[in-house]
Design a protein around this ligand. Structure first.
Ligand SMILES: C[S@@+](CC[C@H](N)C(=O)[O-])C[C@H]1O[C@@H](n2cnc3c(N)ncnc32)[C@H](O)[C@@H]1O
Length: 272
């Protein structure tokens, strides 16, 4: 699978509109994934660079394990929550701006991580930018958290709602049973980086790891989560309200809430 040809800037900039909802509703990342990244990077106290840190869903677990981080986040509203969520970690620095505009200066990092954000960075420049920011042997860790609906009946009913409203690529778009064990293997993926990275040729030791865990949302949190997604943000308020109301009706008709299989798919590579 390859990455998108271009980045939809309108969709890339919608997150801050709902920064608080995003922060409250979106799931985080598996502890095992954070451990995998740190074991692979062997940072030994060096600073990591995080691209598209959002409100800090990935930043916090790394900072809690003592990792110093420079976080690059273009949306000032997301960055404000990031600052709030990481205020207790003096080793976390926040830079407000896109990765394309940010300069490492004389610094070279031992790890670049991007959680659900690499697909928003300019596909024509992102590997150059990563390479320029990393020390020799420095690690790249890119990850996403796709989900699958555990109950086939709920999945089928939600598929009808999505079809009726012309929605695709929603978090409930796949049944949990459709996922295998291989990282990067999911329908809504914005672009598993392996092919692009291998083609670049400056990175080696490429790996993919998938972790899975069960996650149950109550209806309100699930609607908040959907409302924080760019594909729902770009709808007009009326259309968004209509699709969310129909989604809520399905969940309530099936006992309330939704049980998901939550995957954390991790891509690793390092500078040669
Ligand atoms: C889906 S959110 C992920 C946020 C956070 N990493 C997380 O896992 O919750 C994508 C983030 O990428 C940021 N973003 C969009 N374009 C970017 C760019 N060109 N450079 C860096 N970050 C970008 C958005 O502002 C948003 O905070």
């Amino acid at each position: 699978m390859t990455g998108p040809e271009h980045v939809d800037m309108a969709r890339a900039q919608v997150f801050g509109e709902v920064a608080e909802v995003y922060d409250a509703a979106r799931p985080g990342y598996a502890d095992a994934l954070v451990a995998d990244v740190l074991a692979y990077a062997e940072l030994g106290g060096r600073t990591a660079l995080e691209v598209g840190a959002g409100t800090g869903k990935a930043t916090v677990p790394f900072a809690e394990l003592g990792t110093p981080l420079v976080c690059v986040e273009p949306d000032p509203r997301m960055a404000a929550l990031l600052r709030r969520n990481t205020a207790r970690f003096p080793g976390v620095r926040v830079h407000v701006g896109g990765f394309e505009e940010w300069h490492p200066g004389g610094r070279r990092f031992g790890l670049l991580l991007a959680a659900a954000s690499w697909h928003w960075v300019d596909p024509g420049r992102r590997w150059d930018l990563a390479h320029a920011a990393l020390a020799p042997g420095g690690a790249v860790a890119l990850f996403w958290n796709p989900q699958g609906v555990r109950d086939p009946g709920v999945h089928a009913a939600l598929a009808e709602v999505d079809a009726c409203h012309g929605m695709s690529g929603t978090p409930h778009g796949e049944p949990a049973s459709s996922y295998g064990d291989e990282a990067g293997n999911w329908a809504g993926l914005p672009g598993w980086p392996e092919e692009e990275c291998r083609r670049d040729g400056r990175f080696t030791d490429v790996r993919g790891v998938r972790h899975r865990q069960e996650l149950r949302y109550d209806t309100e949190r699930y609607l908040g989560y959907l409302a924080s997604l760019s594909r729902y943000r770009v709808l007009s308020p009326d259309r968004r309200e209509a699709v969310l109301a129909d989604t809520a009706r399905v969940l309530e008709a099936h006992g309330g809430g939704i049980a998901m299989e939550h995957f954390s798919d991790l891509f690793l590579a390092r500078v040669r």
